[in-house]
Design a protein around this ligand. Structure first.
Ligand code: GUN
Length: 284
């Protein structure tokens, strides 16, 4: 039986509609939620992502304060900007778009963003809290994956979840979130000996490797939930995920499309974290 297609666009739209109301409530209390998005250089994909984030802020009534810096920006100049944004009470969230130009030290920049404003959830405070099961900013892409499972009534408890990819911003945090929901979690990576059989064992299969259609349709267990976090351009110039969608959807119980799955959810969860940061400012 063909899979239910998980409509990430619809789930994201529902979350954004709720957030829009919360933004209005915050404004009535005198808090004007604001996100500062910092882009260094001219990476075309990054420019597109940043434009999308700014557009979504606008649609929700969140103030978007963009900083577009030239490729030649020094590490010190960027750190100075982060320090200024950290100190600015009118800015609730700070996002420095990655990747940064090669001459920069991304880790140092991520460490410099105030934990109270780290709406990407990439800093050590946010990631440590995730490991500790303490409240904090959850990285947006894995958070969005969990929200899609929830929206379709897929409870990870007692299920076998396989995460392919061990990046700090997707694979590792997603494994922690699945564990938090009581799945039995396996993290696979480039040194995993038999990736196909690992994938075939998954009730929930999440793939975040950034390689076009690397996970084949016949690697998917009948009835499994498949969350595809890849966005790649294949040889024919078509946007495809990390999973061979057309074949996988004949076996899966649920599957996210690319585009229209994980992508819109990432932006929705960034807005969620920004609203959380603005709410927290009321408590401070
Ligand atoms: N580059 C690709 N995805 C992201 C993201 O979610 N946040 C940031 N800061 N950079 C990215």
């Amino acid at each position: 039986m063909a899979a239910t297609i998980i409509d990430g666009k619809k789930v994201a739209a529902d979350i954004k509609a709720e957030l829009k109301k919360e933004v209005e409530e915050l404004k009535a209390k005198g808090v004007n939620p604001a996100l500062s998005v910092v882009l260094v250089g001219e990476n075309p994909a990054s420019k597109k992502y940043v434009a999308n984030k700014e557009k979504t802020c606008e649609a929700l009534g969140i103030k978007s304060v963009g900083h577009k810096l030239p490729e030649s920006t020094t590490q010190e100049e960027l750190l100075k900007l982060v320090d200024d944004l950290n100190a600015n009470p009118e800015i609730h969230g700070i996002l420095v778009q990655l990747p940064l130009p090669k001459h920069m030290n991304e880790k140092e920049v991520m460490h410099r963003i105030s934990p109270d404003k780290d709406v990407d959830g990439f800093g050590p405070d946010a990631l440590g809290r995730l490991l500790l099961d303490e409240p904090g900013f959850v990285p947006c892409t894995p958070h969005g994956a969990m929200k899609m499972l929830e929206a379709y009534g897929i409870d990870p408890a007692g299920k076998k979840a396989v995460v392919v990819g061990r990046s700090v911003i997707v694979g590792k945090p997603l494994a922690m979130l699945l564990l938090r929901k009581n799945a039995t979690v396996t993290i696979c990576h480039s040194k995993t000996p038999d990736l196909k059989s690992e994938c075939l064992s998954a009730d929930i299969l999440c793939v975040a490797v950034g390689r076009a259609e690397m996970v084949k349709g016949d690697w998917v267990k009948e009835g499994a939930a498949v969350i595809d976090i890849g966005i790649n351009v294949n040889e024919s110039g078509k946007l495809v995920g990390d999973v061979e969608f057309e074949k996988a959807k004949e076996r899966a119980g649920w599957i996210t499309p690319v585009p229209g799955g994980a992508g819109p959810m990432t932006i929705a969860m960034l807005m969620y974290n920004t609203v959380e940061a603005a709410k927290n400012s009321l408590k401070a």
